[in-house]
Write a new protein. Structure first.
Ligand SMILES: C[S@@+](CC[C@H](N)C(=O)[O-])C[C@H]1O[C@@H](n2cnc3c(N)ncnc32)[C@H](O)[C@@H]1O
Length: 208
């Protein structure tokens, strides 16, 4: 599988473009700070964008070619990003390490996706945020990008169940709109968009 991604990311044109995914750009358009982890970040378009806003960004992916292109894009954009080559099937998240986690079109086999999603709350600092975007089964009708395997696609309720308790959802919706993201995401598309905050732990003032 890594070979598949390395080949795609070795093509001359950036597979999903050099601009950030539209839902990310619309939500994050002012300067920000904090440590952000971009999961399955490929060629780094979202990571470079967030670094440009002031975030301290780490792009994680198992494709070394993808991460080389991510560093190339960051250098061209005049920003610094950290890259971490890791396979999510073996990756252990440090607890409360991140202010934000971004996962854009990081489609994984369903059991692995569930395992990764279940760890995201614990990996965020209390009050940290998560932006998650992935194609919905309706995307199979549009045929404009993404996996063809139904079990790798996302629904709002399915994702919420995998993420577990302890979230406040600012956005949790099915979006249908045109995408123009490089040669592989092009045309009318159906994807789930989630923007959530990990809830602060409840502190009790009650005497014990
Ligand atoms: C569709 S691309 C999305 C890239 C990027 N997030 C974007 O929006 O441009 C999916 C990415 O998932 C990565 N990936 C797939 N399985 C992975 C795994 N087990 N561990 C780490 N990365 C993985 C691939 O290498 C690829 O970069």
């Amino acid at each position: 599988m890594n070979h598949y991604w390395n080949q795609r990311f070795a093509e001359a044109e950036f597979a999903y473009g050099e601009a950030p995914h539209i839902s990310l750009a619309e939500q994050f358009c002012t300067p920000g700070s904090g440590r952000v982890l971009c999961l399955a970040e490929g060629q780094g378009r979202n990571a470079a964008y967030l670094a440009g806003l002031g975030y301290n960004v780490t792009a994680l992916d198992f494709s070394e070619v993808g991460l080389q292109r991510a560093q190339e894009l960051a250098a061209r954009s005049g920003v610094t990003i950290h890259t971490l080559q890791a396979d999510l099937s073996a990756y252990v998240f440090d607890p409360e390490a991140w202010d934000g986690i971004v996962s854009i079109f990081g489609h994984l086999p369903a059991p692995l996706r569930a395992r990764v999603n279940a760890q995201l709350h614990g990996a965020l600092k209390p009050g940290g945020w998560l932006q998650l975007v992935g194609y919905h089964p309706k995307q199979l009708e549009y045929g404009t990008g993404g996996p063809q395997e139904l079990s790798m696609l996302y629904t709002v309720d399915g994702l919420k169940a995998e993420l577990g308790p302890g979230w406040t959802y600012d956005v949790a919706e099915l979006v249908e709109r045109e995408l123009e993201e490089g040669p592989y995401h092009r045309g009318m598309s159906a994807f789930v968009h989630i923007l959530a905050r990990s809830q602060q732990p409840v502190t009790s003032n009650q005497p014990l």
